[in-house]
Design a protein around this ligand. Structure first.
Ligand code: LLP
Length: 438
């Protein structure tokens, strides 16, 4: 089971996170409930930042906030001196309203709306990661109105495509993201930027995929990117910054490797070591180094707590434990066939006795969180704790079936607090109107 540094089974046999007994959390906040371990999040960000400082010396970590976005997380990133990656005006607004300095934000997106670019530029966003040619003109025009110069990176496509355990290198690029290096598209947009008045070319970005375990894919991406930096240098174009995206894989279930925080840093070290080598080998200036991890910072910090409700035993076929949440708070099993591990939090010291399927409460057969998991015998009211739900769960949640999105609670040092309050019926109808046709 995926018990981490800050998680254990206490003397009552209950699952405990950040020093707080999950049974007490449920008594206080009810279920379903997202629980986020603040010390774990801070621990990963600190360790990543220290690794960059110690092995490269010139760079930082930008937390990819699409993984989990709410005011509390931006406040943590501010305190940890990290940068952030945002992908909408909404994420940037949330960060700004939490007091995060927009100058430390990277604004991504394959189709940033003109209104979003206007919002970002007028609020002093640090870097925009350009992802299409027209964007250069739009940024230039907005900057002229605000008398600003805007730093940009180019989102490139290095032709390295990584999947969980393997990667392929391909010159063919079929992706809605990025400019292909091989086809010359990346060079074309850089030349366009160089001619613009208000757009300042700062460097390159790439992101080769998500949930990647094959570290050699990252090393290859660094090789391809530094080759391109060397080519640009020959053409008189200086690359001041290289952002290598995110994508470090985390443990969800089964054979997924289990990393402690120190082992996660090996991803970062491999990137910085390879970059140091390439800089020396290819005689290029040392770019400012940036990575953009999301999942590895918050994924394993999260646990979702549910209560067991209806139990349906279809003799000889399957036993369903129905919980009070489901695809509305975790769409990943239905969307990606993602696998998860769980325990019964109030029986965490008991051995597994029977194979069951944990089903959600939505009106959809595919609303199954875990198929075939061996658990101690469960009863109505038991608390199911599903692990590694910190990334892309709350941020991809919905009100499907007009279910509530669960609240988010942070735990640290034996204490807990709301980061996101529970929704109410009133929230569900807040934007509903009864208008006459006009
Ligand atoms: N940077 C860029 C440009 C990205 O597109 C992403 C993720 C990241 C950084 C962060 O990647 P991470 O370190 O979290 O792997 N909803 C999917 C994941 C989509 C990831 C999209 N981009 C899921 O639930 O698995």
């Amino acid at each position: 089971m995926n018990y981490r540094e800050t998680m254990n089974v206490n003397e009552k046999g209950h699952l405990q996170i950040g020093g707080v007994d999950c049974v007490d959390l449920v008594a206080k906040y009810s279920t379903p409930l997202y629980v986020m371990d603040e010390d774990y999040i801070r621990g990963v960000v600190r360790a990543f930042r220290n690794t960059v400082a110690n092995t490269y010396g010139h760079g930082n970590v930008a937390y990819a906030s699409k993984a989990f976005s709410c005011k509390a997380i931006y406040k943590i990133m501010k305190e940890e001196d990290a940068n952030i990656d945002v992908v909408s005006a909404g994420e940037l607004y949330t960060a700004i309203s939490a007091g995060f300095d927009p100058a430390k934000a990277y604004f991504h997106g394959n189709n940033k709306l003109v209104s979003e670019l206007e919002y970002a530029i007028s609020n002093g966003v640090g870097v925009i990661v350009v992802d299409n040619l027209e964007e250069v003109d739009i940024i230039d025009e907005i900057c002229a109105r605000y008398s600003r110069k805007q730093k940009v990176l180019i989102r490139t496509n290095p032709g390295v495509e990584a999947h969980t355990h393997t990667f392929i290198q391909t010159a063919k690029v079929d992706s809605k993201f990025g400019f292909s290096i091989a086809s010359g598209d990346a060079l074309e947009v850089i030349n366009k930027i160089k001619k613009s008045d208000n757009v300042y070319f700062r460097g390159l970005h790439c992101h080769i995929g998500s949930q990647i375990f094959d570290k050699s894919a990252f090393a290859l991406a660094v090789e391809v990117m530094t080759d391109f930096i060397a080519t640009l240098k020959q053409q008189g174009v200086e690359v001041e910054e290289l952002n290598l995206g995110g994508g470090f894989g985390v443990h969800y279930s089964g054979d997924d490797p289990k990393f402690n925080i120190k082992e996660y840093c090996e991803y970062v070290e491999l990137l910085t070591d390879t970059l140091n080598d390439c800089v020396a080998k290819k005689h290029i200036s040392k770019p400012y180094f940036m990575i953009e991890p999301g999942r590895s910072i918050v994924g394993e910090a999260g646990v979702t707590l549910y209560s067991v409700g209806a139990i349906k035993d279809i003799k000889g076929i399957r036993k369903y434990l129905a919980i009070d949440g489901g695809m509305t708070d975790n769409i990943r099993p239905a969307l990606y066939d993602a696998k998860y591990e769980a325990v019964i939090a109030n029986k965490a010291d008991k051995a597994g006795e029977e194979v069951v399927t944990i089903a959600g409460k939505c009106c959809e057969s595919g609303d199954v969180i875990i198929k075939d998991i061996c658990l101690p015998k469960a009863q109505r009211g038991d608390i199911i704790a599903v692990f590694t739900t910190g990334a892309y769960n709350y941020s991809m949640s919905s009100n499907y079936n007009r279910n509530f999105v669960p609240p988010v609670v942070f735990v640290s040092g034996g204490k807990s607090k709301y980061a996101v309050k529970p929704q109410t019926f009133e929230d569900l109808v807040r934007n509903d109107v009864e208008e006459d046709y006009q």
